[in-house]
Design a protein around this ligand. Sequence first.
Ligand code: ADP
Ligand code: MG
Length: 694
Amino acid sequence: MQLQQSIVTAGGIYKRYSALLEKLGINTFQDFLYHFPHRYDDFSQIKMISALIPGETITVKGTVLSIKNSYTKSHKTLQKAVVTDGTGTLEVTWFNQPYLTKSIKTNTEIVLAGQTERSGSRTTMLSPEYEVLSSSNTETLHTGRLVPVYPETRGISSKWLRRQIFKLLEQYKFILSDTLPSEIKQQYNFLHLADALNLIHFPNNYEDVEQARKRLAFDELFYLQLKALHRKQMWKQRKLTSPLKVDEYRTKINTLINSLPFPLTKAQSRELNSIFSDLQSDQPMNRLLQGDVGSGKTIVAALSIYVAILNGKQGVIMAPTEILAEQHHKSLTELFSPLGIQVDLITGSTKSIKNKELRLKNIEGESAKSLILNPKSNILVGTHALLYDKADFSNAGVVVIDEQHRFGVEQRALMREKGNNPHVLTMTATPIPRTMALTVYADLDVSYLDEMPVGRKPIKTWLVPTEKRKGAYQWIEKQIKDTRSQAFIICPFIEESENMQSVKAASVEFTRLKTEVFPNLKLGLLHGRMKAKEKDQVLRDFKDKKFDILVATPVVEVGIDIPNATIIVIEASERFGLSQLHQLRGRVGRGDKQSYCLLFAQAKNEQTTTRLKAMEITHSGSKLAELDLQLRGSGDLYGTRQSGYKMLKIASFSDKDLLMKARTAAKMIYSKIENYPQLSAQLLELNAQKISQD
Ligand code: ADP
Ligand code: MG
């Protein structure tokens, strides 16, 4: 059996359980070995029965004197066994497992593990882990040791997983190939892969766990880095026949910059220069522009596109939603139409309008295509759906992807296939900590707008105590009336994906606010289960001031621009990461009026209060991301899950030391990758897939 073999094809028990295993992410034999315990039960202490005291977690070995089923009044069954080890007898009870009397027979040797309890004057065990010993089964897996406890699913218990994994480890331990170069293993004193896998599942002590974890975590980071380096290399390898010219057009570029109603910030000029030097190179740019909400990424993108146009090429800009695409279309039209540059918008809606017109005129096929791909358009603005559209990017010199966290490696690769190696600029308003970016975005060049345009007022942020809720509502109503501004109220974040429960919660909250709290104001509702069109309509209505307050689930996080909204209320704010709160907060403060962010928390303890208080004083997205990483680990870091990046299994982005080690090692190895045939073969496989999976 190959490690990569799908378990379904192996038949037997694997096939039978495959649907359940899939739920745990186990599809191949390798996945089995990499299904790591999330904790261990410490049953390593073995004691004599006579020495047992209630309330300890221990293992007992003995002979079964008797076992029988008995029935309770409610027709449930109990299994009672008496076990002796010569020093005394122990009574053990299980519940509703009538088959136990078949698997545990009188006179067999048994090992029991769990917590002891008091029963009258005696010590007993309820539902202990058990293991029947026989001549063929001498090594205990479920008792008498650190016992691995796994992520489970209904129908697949840790006990079952333990047995399978143990069996597979036995089978593979001599043939498991370890592709981590031995010089690296030596340098860092790492275990061999087979040992690491063995010990992560069946350690003798916690030191073993740590040793194994370190090695496996290193692997994870090392291979991520190696793949990223390879992707970077592949991207750069495609040489451009005609690099874009910048110096020739300096005067024109400067004229446009000088015509802006504001001077560029130092950060904008600096990053623009990096981009310009990318554009002049004969390798396609693959750059990520990070910058807080409002830091002015759009103008940087627009000026990059301008270079393409001056060079006789087109520009493309993609946004995650229709409404954002419309916003870009509007602002780019304002900027470029005086220069005679045409900006076109393609979204689901505009397309269906055009299609309808076409149908009326009875035009089909090729001519329909040519109308959509207006050859006269210099700049094409659309949603990410453009990628899957017929639109032709072959003359695109620069492609900009806005709000990159919705956009993964896969799409970047797809876009690249579609175009003719365009320069690509991705933009995100959710900066991630530097060390993490080095891994997650290692294939990109990263720019950061670390400076806000002058005159921006920081959003006043308060963590509101529960007793001030009513007062806060009154204040909001007054603000809305006095300053004719609008407010967002963000309902609790319930699940990663928006499910019916959170939709229901939002609707209930909406009704409560509408009828009980703000009967004198107009309220709208937005949630993730609405169709894209409905959502866009609600946002448009809000923008047109058809209502004062928008009650929403956290779907509003992506960069919608409603300059008249100056208040955002976030309920159950402790459930969000700081970066995400910051992102939500960025929905306001877009105009020149003072804006406010009110945080409510349901569960308050000192830790959450301290964490949330950081929002009051910190206004930098990257600082908050750094804090998030320290306080909650990378699992919660906003944007990482959506980025199409499968989260790390065992390594952590907060382990800076290991991260840097992996990075150094990967660079060193990649520089002479030809010496490592197995590793190069793996990377070549990556090429073949085109789209890399991390
Ligand atoms: P984001 O980085 O969130 O995409 P935008 O590009 O939408 O930010 O810019 C936010 C607002 O700031 C826009 O109205 C834009 O015109 C304005 N802006 C951009 N750069 C500057 C600057 N250097 N000085 C003043 N205002 C600026
Ligand atoms: Mg933006």
